[in-house]
Design a protein around this ligand. Structure first.
Ligand code: AMP
Ligand code: ZN
Length: 493
């Protein structure tokens, strides 16, 4: 018997706005699709938060014994700068600015994305398809949508006819928008667009002569629209109807709304039973966003080399900080918050490391089975990781009490306590057992700070030969010092 038979999950479905009992389409199996990154720049910590929330959900579903097929795509084509299908393709633009091939941009940032996820101890998804690897599927999907009467071709581009679709279906049902309001709030077109209506969105765009990323199609040499790739790839790997679709809150409209419309237009049914949206990470009270530049990248936070935070933080501390909030709450990344999480994380790890030294007794004075079920209840309640962590701290209290001799556990209960810690701390939350002194990044940052201070002293003593030697030799081992008006910082090359 699998654990899921006894543990009933309730999850918040963005489509209905309610917490619902989770029931997979096929018993014991779950299909889950999460929109992946657009690989045109380094991921920031906001992106990491969203993927981390789904990593935790994936881990818990697997722990319950479900066979989960988790698909997370890589967007390597078709994502224009502007939601109204205007502007340049983000990857092409980066390639033009850096004078490299678009596929070099894709390669560089896909590798960066994977490195970051490894650093944070993510589990790999079951399938990680790319948009460029599924052009044929996307063209076939467009043909079906045209055949069904929900898309039209103009000058080599194909657009989804939102008004026509809305006559028989409900466009806006996920994001709770009404087409009439969208019409009212959209500026009229300037005559440049081929669209019948501004709410229509591109399924296929004809490539301008200078556009490098292009594929032949029945309509033109061009490229697919961004929303289309997710429908094509989710259908290919999870079927026309699957269990869970996730992404960041900002993708609800237009991206996910358009995915629903495409699926309904192509196969006549809504693709997904449960839509899940992770809330935004903020930095200094403002959404972290590539567009505004209000971001901190993981390596900046891990090395301590940034202008926002007082020190370097270990990957598990950052993971712990993120798990201390519900995935559905806005979370502000602050130094105070990280410092508090760091203290809590090492308190938890100290207790974990004490666990193996505890001695069993004749009888138990603590109710360990109730604690275990409380941990499951927290995760069953829409993956409520902050409540789970509160229960793990109850376990920390127990461990310390047993160690001091004020409470006791039998060998059997002690084994259950170890199981609780291993399951929830490591398997589900994905934390790694590091103690404060193991943290390589902390040590590196501390050591470079010592050298920066020595160099300042050398300069103050006018010993420029020594100060230059420190700078040059650090550079030789890949650490670059940067002198600024607020002092010296460093980067690891
Ligand atoms: P992108 O590469 O821009 O498509 O974003 C990748 C994922 O990160 C999407 O699911 C976004 O919703 C999510 N995301 C972007 N900004 C933030 C943020 N500040 N906090 C949390 N998630 C975010
Ligand atoms: Zn998507």
């Amino acid at each position: 018997m699998q654990l899921y038979e006894n543990q009933q999950i309730k999850l918040y479905n963005s489509l209905t706005g309610k917490k619902e009992i989770f029931k997979p389409i096929n018993k014991g199996h779950i299909g889950m699709y999460v929109c992946g990154p657009t690989v045109y720049s380094n991921v920031h910590l906001g992106n990491v938060r969203t993927f981390m929330s789904f990593d935790m959900i994936f881990r818990y579903l697997k722990h319950l014994g479900y066979k989960v097929r988790y698909v997370r795509n890589i967007t390597d084509a078709g994502h224009l700068e502007n939601d109204a299908d205007a502007g340049e393709d983000k990857i092409t633009k980066k390639a033009r600015l850096e004078q490299i091939e678009p596929m070099e941009v894709v390669q560089r940032y896909t590798v960066d994305f994977h490195n970051i996820l490894n650093t944070f101890n993510f589990l790999p998804p079951s399938i990680e398809p790319t948009a460029t690897g599924h052009i044929i599927e996307q063209i076939e999907l467009i043909k079906t949508i045209i055949d069904n009467g929900y898309a039209y071709e103009v000058n080599g581009s194909v657009y989804f006819d939102v008004h026509k679709f809305n006559e028989t279906n409900e466009y806006g049902k996920l994001s709770k928008r009404k087409l009439e309001d969208l019409i009212h709030n959209t500026r009229t077109l300037d005559g440049q667009s081929d669209k019948k209506n501004p709410q229509d969105f591109a399924l296929w765009k004809k490539a301008e002569p200078q556009h490098i990323m292009r594929w032949p199609s029945p309509w033109s040499d061009g490229f697919p629209g961004w929303h289309l790739e997710c429908t094509a790839m989710s259908t290919k790997y999870l079927g026309e109807h699957f269990d869970i679709h996730g992404g960041g809150m900002d993708l609800k409209f237009p991206h996910h709304e358009c995915e629903i419309a495409q699926n309904e237009a192509a196969v006549g049914k809504s693709p997904v039973n449960y839509w899940m949206h992770a809330n935004m990470l903020e930095l200094n009270g403002q959404r972290m966003s590539k567009t505004t530049g209000n971001t901190v990248n993981p390596d900046e936070l891990l090395s301590g080399n940034n202008k926002f935070f007082s020190k370097a933080y270990a990957p598990s501390v950052i993971r712990f900080f993120i798990a201390q909030s519900s995935y559905r709450s806005v979370l502000d990344l602050t130094d105070d918050g990280l410092l508090a999480s760091e203290k809590g994380f090492y308190r938890l790890m100290d207790a974990v490391n004490l666990l193996n030294q505890l001695k069993a007794s004749e009888k138990s004075t603590l109710d360990i089975n109730t604690l275990k079920q409380k941990c499951y209840d927290a995760m069953n309640d829409d993956f409520n990781s902050p409540i789970l962590i509160a229960h793990l701290f109850e376990a920390v209290k127990y461990i310390n009490q047993i160690n001091e001799g004020s409470e006791t556990l039998t060998a059997e209960d002690l084994a259950i306590l170890k199981e609780i810690i291993n399951t929830f701390t490591f398997d589900v939350l994905g934390l790694e057992n590091v103690t404060k002194n193991d943290s390589g990044t902390d040590k590196l940052s501390g050591a470079v700070d010592v050298l920066i201070k020595l160099r300042q002293e050398a300069r103050a003593n006018k010993d420029f030969a020594l100060s230059d030697k420190i700078r040059d030799e650090l550079l030789e081992v890949g650490i670059q010092l940067k002198d600024g008006k607020d002092g010296t910082t460093f980067s690891v090359n």
